[in-house]
Design a protein around this ligand. Structure first.
Ligand code: ZN
Length: 436
């Protein structure tokens, strides 16, 4: 993986992100495992395992190791704010059928208006043999949109306008100027999904769709922009920039060199608090480690010598809103990876763990920046504190400086991603150094 953009464009949902991650890792020799099977793990082996098709962990086992081997863990999340299709997908307003949508995570809602939106995710259905099966779909073309109201009908549109997500974020699917006679109000929606399943697999012939996890996404692809091509712009940079950097570094990692277990953990559901069967608060990671380390005591002995890099985007300094950031902690785009600290543990970084990362960055001659929120503002959070608390693993929260986080069109620096890949490469090899 040489750049993140093609991965982001192929990953409109966490399902697709995990599919892409799995494809990349298997091309690098990682062997897929299933949680329901018995495993025989070999020194020098490279493995991956998924849960719910939306979270993924991958790891390399050292050939030679101190006992117990330290865990060098890089974590990120596969999900992003989105608009998700509700179980009863269509609602009628006069002579329009509209997609009934739920807001997932803390989206900047105004950025979803007037975009060329498509639909992607997973469909579960009974096939012609009455088997319950599923398929990932991506309609790829713009199939709907959420139109703004003309300014002539809303003279306060440029004032501090509040958006009611229930009333204003429904996406027209079809106009029905005359009665169709259709008794199932979801039928026009289901027909389009059935067409897509049949297009992908002519033998599938779905006879009954029973469930879905589908999201709208913007069809405008992520790209490089700026007079010096200095920006990556697109949807889901938070947090697929981190996911792709981890995959790039782990894919190239040589298990014969380090004394530790190099591991990537990519979780779903961070944007809604991580509490799910596949999120960072689940037993996914603990269960995996229980199968890698021979017993709980060995695992416990390994943790103090281990390190977690929890990687999630950071707020880059925005020149139009200088008062929104602590002017002594203003990370700039393209000026280096950001270490995030918070006195009240919304980030898990300590002075000691920050020092370990700074030592790695010095070794690789990589720039770092520091972020902490203004003392009079609330702070965001991410998977770092959750995983740190679950495992008892020393942790650093860090990430790439980004503008407009949770917009449908975020911006980050092009050089920062390369720096993150290089930091992760030295982390997977030397991250155990400087342990306390
Ligand atoms: Zn994030």
């Amino acid at each position: 993986m040489d750049d993140p953009i093609s991965f982001i464009n192929a990953s409109p949902t966490p399902f697709h992100a995990v599919r892409e991650a799995r494809a990349h890792l298997t091309s690098q020799g990682f062997q897929p495992l299933r949680e329901e099977d018995a495993w025989t793990l070999q020194p020098g082996g490279r493995y991956l395992v998924t849960r719910n098709d939306t979270s993924l962990a991958a790891f390399t086992l050292p050939v030679h190791s101190a006992q117990p081997p330290p865990l060098l863990l890089a974590a990120a999340h596969t999900d992003s704010p989105a608009l998700k299709v509700k179980p009863n997908p269509l609602k009628r307003k006069k002579d329009h059928l509209l997609l009934d949508l739920a807001v997932y995570g803390s989206a900047i809602l105004a950025t979803w208006f007037d975009r060329d939106l498509s639909l992607a995710g997973r469909i579960d259905y009974l096939d012609s043999a009455q088997r319950l099966t599923h398929q990932l779909i991506d309609l790829t073309e713009p199939v709907t949109r959420i139109p703004n109201l003309a300014i002539h009908l809303n003279r306060t549109a440029n004032d501090d306008t509040k958006i009611n997500p229930h009333e204003e974020l429904s996406a027209p699917w079809l106009s029905i100027p005359c009665e169709t006679g259709e008794t199932d109000p979801a039928r026009p929606f289901l027909e389009r999904l059935e067409q897509e399943i049949a297009r992908q697999d002519p033998h599938a012939m779905p006879i009954r769709i029973l469930g879905w996890d589908l999201s709208l996404y913007d069809t405008q692809p992520a790209t490089v922009a700026g007079v010096n091509r200095q920006w990556i712009v697109g949807a889901r940079l938070d947090n697929l920039l981190s996911v792709t950097a981890i995959l790039a570094a782990l894919g190239r990692h040589d298990p014969t060199t380090p004394p530790g277990i190099a591991m990537a953990a990519l979780f779903d559901h961070e944007e809604v608090g991580s509490l799910s069967m596949a999120g960072a608060t689940s037993n996914f990671l603990a269960s995996l480690l229980g199968r890698i380390y021979p017993d709980p005591v060995t695992l416990a002995r390994a943790m103090p010598n281990s390190l977690l890099l929890s990687i999630d985007n950071a707020h880059g300094y925005h020149p139009n809103y200088p008062a929104k950031q602590d002017d002594n902690h203003t990370p700039q785009l393209n000026a280096g990876i950001v270490i995030k600290q918070h006195a009240n543990q919304r980030y898990a970084t300590s002075g000691a763990t920050a020092a370990r990362v700074k030592a790695l960055a010095l070794r690789a001659a990589l720039p770092l920046q520091e972020f902490t929120v203004r003392a009079d503002m609330a702070c965001g959070s991410t998977v770092g504190p959750t995983v740190a608390a679950q495992l008892g693993i020393p942790t650093v929260d860090l990430g790439l400086p980004t503008w407009a986080m949770h917009s449908l069109r975020e911006t980050a620096g092009t050089t920062d991603w390369d720096h993150l890949v290089r930091l992760l490469a030295v982390f997977f090899t030397n991250g155990h150094e400087g342990r306390r």
